[in-house]
Every structure is written in C-alpha cells, then in structure tokens.
Design a protein. Structure first.
Length: 133
C-alpha cells in the first residue's frame, strides 16, 4: 500500500538531513564557530548568529523529553492511535518524530534512531527504546 501521507518538502535547509536519512544517517546542523548542534536547520546558528554552519552525523541517541498519542486520523490510511515523541539528543537538540517502541515511552528513557521508508527513496528518522543507559 502506498503511503497517502504527504512527503516532506525538499527545502534547501532540509536536503542534507533528508539525504542523510536515506543513507541511514542522522544529519544535524552544527555551528563551526561555537560547535553547537542545533535543530531546526537554518542559515544561522541560533546561539551566536554566525552563518558559518555545516552538518555532522549525529549518533542518534538521546532521551524521551515529552510524548503524545494521537487518536485522530489526519490523513487517509493513517493507523491510529500513533505516538509522537520529542527526543533530547545527547548532542543537545530536540527532535520531534514518531515512536517505534512496543510500549508507551517513558520520560527520560534512553532512545536510539532508526529510519522508516516513507515513500520512494524517502526515509524519515524515528525513535524507539535503546541508546545509552
């Protein structure tokens, strides 16, 4: 079955992240001036406003910061309920994505990234139990 959910737009700021996910890598922007990784991607560092920004491959480990379960079907074909988590990466940024765990997430639980094919050659990061204890 094809996924009726809209695929992410390939904005210039997101291409490195999406292409990395297709290779099984979690790519995150980093400031070359202060070395801070940040999210969401943008043309300047949110800490020191420099434009000297690049990308790094993040290990994709962190902890559950928050979560919510959706019971409403927003797109045809969605399987409900589904769970969305906000993950605080060990490197600092917060990412919001889908949960892959068999049970409800627990605040502070260690997690690790995996990648789900969302369409033809489009992969998205999602998180589930794992990572460092």
């Amino acid at each position: 079955m094809t996924n009726p959910r809209p695929l992410p737009a390939r904005y210039p700021e997101d291409v490195e992240h999406l292409d990395g996910a297709a290779r099984g890598e979690l790519r995150i922007p980093v400031c070359h001036s202060c070395a801070q990784e940040f999210w969401p991607p943008g043309p300047v560092c949110p800490r020191d406003f420099t434009t000297d920004v690049g990308w790094v491959t993040d290990p994709g480990t962190g902890r559950v910061n928050s979560w919510v379960r959706f019971h409403k079907r927003y797109f045809a074909g969605d399987e409900v309920p589904y769970t969305v988590v906000q993950v605080r990466l060990d490197s600092g940024p917060n990412l919001t994505t889908t949960w892959t765990g068999p049970a409800d997430p627990v605040i502070g639980e260690p997690v690790a990234v995996s990648f789900r094919e969302a369409g033809a050659s489009v992969f998205l990061p999602e998180f589930g139990p794992g990572g460092q204890a």
